[in-house]
Design a protein around this ligand. Structure first.
Ligand SMILES: [Fe+2]
Length: 279
């Protein structure tokens, strides 16, 4: 496997200042990724539910607040029914939450705004991140769940803590029931294998990978972190479980991206037709 230094010298060699400028520019672009999530056991009332998902904010030093403000405005412009935040709010300074918290407090969705924490949040101070989010009315689902009611239908929304924190999938799913679809929020996408084994999760939304952050056809990724090597980006229709891995918003290590434009996900729920619908 190519190490990171060899990868970077191969990928960036010959780019020159203009090429490096393009890499920095890509990190400030924003893509609305429209995802149609085909969900087993989805009741009719939940069809068409629209979810905005944002991940990997990494505010400061490489990701500016102004860029995250654009992402928040884009998410609100989708007029989502539900908004979810998939972790890594901070990068190198916990104090960033003093600015990011109020910005995230401007997110709105009919069913509310929910979050899970990421590995960087644990590295800097999970309690403070969680407190700051809670003070803005954002509910942090660390190994717990809530039952959401949407018309006559119900959706179980569960959140599991990062594998760098107090990961406990059993607790996160303890309230799940066979007759209600469960949407799992998990910072690390490869958690999907454990969710598949459990069998109660219909859909999972994750981030963590930054889509590799620097991705070159033929060379691969600059680096995929532990927990995002099997399902690094995009949508996966696994057996009985739909997974979407967001490329996230911010950067870590350097303010550059290549082949991995920052993403706000707009997820639309539809029923998977080849499975029997619940009564
Ligand atoms: Fe991240």
């Amino acid at each position: 496997m190519m190490n990171r230094r060899v990868f970077l010298s191969s990928a960036l060699g010959g780019l020159g200042l203009g090429g490096l400028g393009a890499l920095v520019e890509e990190s400030s672009k924003l893509s609305i990724e429209r995802v149609v999530a085909s969900i087993p056991r989805l009741k009719t009332g939940l069809e068409g539910l629209r979810i905005a998902a944002l991940s990997d904010f990494h505010l400061y030093p490489f990701t500016p607040l102004s860029f995250l403000k654009r992402a928040v405005e884009a998410a609100n412009s989708l007029r989502p029914d539900l908004t979810v935040l998939l972790g890594d709010f901070v990068d190198q300074t916990l104090e960033a939450m003093d600015e990011l918290g109020p910005l995230l407090g401007t997110l709105n969705a009919k069913l509310g705004v929910f979050a899970v924490l990421g590995n960087h949040d644990h590295r800097k101070g999970a309690c403070r991140v969680e407190e700051r989010l809670a003070s803005e009315g954002i509910k942090v689902l660390s190994n717990r769940s809530v039952l959401l009611e949407w018309g006559n239908a119900r959706l179980h929304l569960a959140g599991v803590d990062s594998i760098s924190g107090r990961f406990d999938l059993r607790s996160a799913l303890s309230g799940s029931r066979e007759d209600t679809p469960t949407l799992l929020l998990a910072h690390e996408p490869d958690v999907a294998d454990a969710a598949l084994r459990d069998g109660r999760v219909s859909m999972q939304l994750s981030g963590h990978s930054h889509g590799g952050q620097i991705r070159v056809p033929g060379l691969g990724h600059y680096g995929l972190p532990l927990g995002a090597r099997k399902y690094p980006f995009g949508s996966y229709q696994l057996e009985g479980l739909f997974l979407h891995t967001s490329r996230g918003l911010g950067t870590t290590g350097a303010p550059i991206r290549l082949g991995s434009t920052p993403e706000v996900s707009e997820v639309l729920l539809v029923a998977k037709k080849d499975l029997p619908m619940p009564a």
